[in-house]
Design a binder for this molecule. Sequence first.
Ligand SMILES: Cc1cc2nc3c(=O)[nH]c(=O)nc-3n(C[C@H](O)[C@H](O)[C@H](O)COP(=O)(O)OP(=O)(O)OC[C@H]3O[C@@H](n4cnc5c(N)ncnc54)[C@H](O)[C@@H]3O)c2cc1C
Length: 318
Amino acid sequence: MSDSVKARADHYEQLVNRLDAKRLKRNEPLAPYTTFKIGGPADLFYNATSADDLAGAVTAARDLGMEYFVLGLGANILVGDKGFRGLVIRNTSSHLKFLDDGKLWVESGAVMARLIPQAVERGLSGLEHYVGIPSTVGGAVWQNLHFLSPAPARERTMFIAEVFESADLLTHDGELRTVDREYMQFGYDTSTLHKQRDIALAVTFQLEHGDTAVMHRILQENLSWRGGKHPWLEYHPSAGSIFKKIEGVGAGRLIDQVGLKGFRHGDAQISHIHANIMVNLGKATAKDVRELITIAQNKVHERFGQHLEPEIGFVGEF
Ligand SMILES: Cc1cc2nc3c(=O)[nH]c(=O)nc-3n(C[C@H](O)[C@H](O)[C@H](O)COP(=O)(O)OP(=O)(O)OC[C@H]3O[C@@H](n4cnc5c(N)ncnc54)[C@H](O)[C@@H]3O)c2cc1C
């Protein structure tokens, strides 16, 4: 047995003693757990179903010195074709409590699409702007989920930070701690979770009592706008915008101007309807996507001298 195979077998045995063995798998393909539907297997894969369970799995991996990755809906990542050496912890913790004064405490694996209708039905406003964006609560605070509202009356970028009150974290040094907005250092596409390995176990949102009819109008407008401007995930798997925003220019516009809209490489394609989104036409590999990223970067750099920087995270081995 090679050293790496033996180390993997040892890690499995050690994790089985600390986690629920029924939810621990070996060699689990990751593609189905991402919105791109791309990626090889994780050596070890655990489904964490509560905040305590998530903290336990992260702590176990840290104690054993294993690489680990906390996975939400996999909507902002590209997983390598060779998969992940270590433990992928899929976060499906989703217990929640509506508290007094419009506060909502929710575990970090809760999916925004399921949370939004529950808030709206109680007349609580603040989350409805993010309708149609695939995200867990943990993923949303990790990158400060945002959306440029299409309606003229409220045309501005909204950020999840605006309704964030506090988060229960497992910090990088193993402490359980409730932190405020200042600690989170929210910015455009970023938070403190990018800089240090703190894990969001649960989040408290401060929502506002509002008019349900207005909220439904926002849901309809935002969904319709999205439906017209973005490729549909059900037919064209993607990870949303591939490149970071370039202030005042637009990464998508540059890609469009170098004539790459609709350009196909292997089974990865620059979307016909949104040049900053790459879609998987069926059998795209991570290699196809990485090469397409390089093609777009080179063409844009040659023509405009601008560097396109990927927005998505690259996970595992390529
Ligand atoms: C079709 C489409 C449209 C999109 N539109 C938008 C948009 O309009 N606006 C926008 O902002 N984004 C958009 N995105 C990107 C994506 O939806 C967001 O980045 C989302 O927040 C990702 O959440 P996730 O749960 O899938 O995180 P994942 O992709 O699973 O993880 C992303 C990162 O967050 C980390 N993470 C996840 N959970 C935790 C946790 N509990 N604690 C610590 N770290 C954690 C992961 O380790 C990883 O590094 C879009 C994506 C798609 C596919």
